[in-house]
Design a protein around this ligand. Structure first.
Ligand SMILES: *Cc1c(COP(=O)(O)O)cnc(C)c1O
Ligand SMILES: [Zn+2]
Length: 420
């Protein structure tokens, strides 16, 4: 392992205020590099910083994207001058009609369907690409459950990089097409996501100029999820919500929303206040929820079987850390059946005019369950993370919604149809 702060090409490595990589298990630190596992104990590495003082005004006068938080991310200060997809600063919608349906007083939707490729993955990929550029990579790659494939292929296209994207062959048609259109190298693999992920780890070892965003540059990639926490706090007028419900695939997003909140407190950008983090999974792939409910620290892998394919990671890398966050903050983790997922998608659409993909259905349906059993405080302010667009998973609702009738072009026929 190298210890110099330079790229393989010898150029100075500029990753902003990022200082080192720190092992989340044993706490030992290592210089910034394309490493993801601790050399001492194989634990996952996380970016550590030397933050400079930053004010709300600094952030508010920044670009209308995640780059307004660039001083809190492992990216150079001029990051926005390189071609990038400019994700983030998505809508935070007050959701009174949904709140009423859930029996909660005040609910907000963090609507990440508005990102460039319509999911929260544009955030993490933009940060991974910026860091990968500094680390001397030339190709952007990933194993993906779908949304990451879209985001990597699009970000690479815009940056003029080659991309290599590996997906399970069973992926939704829409997610295959919305990746292939960017014309990178897309390969469908006969196997589950966990098979594809293992393959990516092997390929990363063979190709040292391929940045697998969620494998060999994962510590940088993961930091992109902090921006969800930053944005929610900024959009609430620089304060933290009381409780948040976050979907769990690998568990990374959930842990980083918490990290984002803690950093804002540490930097004095928000007042310290208790908040509770809740996790949401689909019952057909609920290893973290199962561990939570049985009081275990170990997350036993499962074989996924759910329509919520974007969350279908049977062996979630950050599962134990997600459990820690939920337990430390006094939250809970729930899981819902595929029928409830579809109901969740339809409830959100009907009450708020927001069409979410299956992961959003999972979040809404879990929020409903958590509210019904009294785990979510009805009087507390709640933020639901809606992380992907329903147009990507049309197959989930295809057999549940449609026109009331097909009628001849007469007013009588329309009237009759409306009456039925
Ligand atoms: C990837 C993904 C998530 C969660 O990702 P983590 O691996 O837990 O960080 C949530 N929602 C959608 C739509 C996703 O694509
Ligand atoms: Zn370690």
């Amino acid at each position: 392992m190298t210890s110099t702060l330079t790229t393989t090409a010898g150029a100075a490595l500029n990753l902003g205020t990022a200082r080192e990589l720190v092992c989340r298990e044993c706490g030992s630190s290592t210089p910034l590099a394309a490493e993801f596992a601790c050399a001492e104990c194989f634990g996952p590495l996380e970016v550590g910083y030397d933050f400079e003082p930053v004010t709300r005004a600094d952030i508010e006068s920044g670009p209308p994207s995640i780059w307004r938080y660039r001083k809190l991310l492992p990216v150079p200060d001029d990051v926005d001058e390189h071609p990038n997809t400019q994700p983030g600063l998505t809508r935070l919608l007050r959701a009174d009609r949904l709140a009423h349906a859930l029996g909660l007083r005040r609910v907000w939707i963090k609507d990440d369907t508005g990102n460039p490729t319509h999911s929260f993955k544009d955030r993490v990929v933009a940060v991974a690409l910026a860091a990968a550029r500094q680390l001397g990579f030339r190709v952007l790659a990933c194993p993906s459950t779908g949304n990451l494939a879209n985001a990597v292929a699009a970000a690479a296209a815009r940056a003029g990089w080659e991309s290599v994207v590996l997906i399970p062959a069973s992926l939704e048609r829409a997610k295959v097409l919305t990746t292939a259109v960017y014309d990178g190298a897309l390969v469908a693999v006969d196997g589950t996501y966990d098979d594809v992920n293992r393959l990516a780890t092997e390929l990363a070892a063979e190709h040292d100029d391929w940045a697998f965003v969620n494998v060999n540059v994962r510590p940088y990639y993961a930091e992109g999820s902090k921006t969800l926490g930053y944005e929610v706090a900024e959009q609430l007028g620089w304060r933290l919500p009381d409780q948040v419900v976050v979907p769990i695939a690998s568990g990374s997003q959930l842990t980083k929303v918490d990290k984002g909140f803690r950093e804002l407190i540490e930097l004095g950008l928000v007042q310290a206040a208790p908040y509770r983090v809740f996790g949401a999974q689909a019952t057909g792939c609920a290893p973290v929820s199962a561990a939570f409910k049985s009081g275990h620290d170990v997350v036993a892998p499962v074989r996924p079987d759910t329509i919520a394919r974007s969350l279908a990671i049977g062996a979630p890398a950050d599962g134990p850390y997600a459990l820690d966050v939920v337990r430390r903050t006094g939250g809970a983790i729930e899981d819902v059946t595929d029928t409830e997922v579809v109901d969740g998608i339809r409830l959100l659409a009907r009450t708020e005019g927001v069409f979410a993909e299956t992961a959003g259905g999972v979040t809404v349906a879990c929020a409903k369950k958590l509210a019904e059993c009294g785990q979510l405080d009805p009087d507390a302010e709640t933020v639901l993370f809606i992380t992907g667009d329903g147009l990507k998973t049309l197959d989930a609702v295809e057999n549940h919604v449609g026109p009331r009738a097909t009628v001849p072009p007469t007013t009588k026929a329309v009237r009759d149809a409306l009456r039925s």
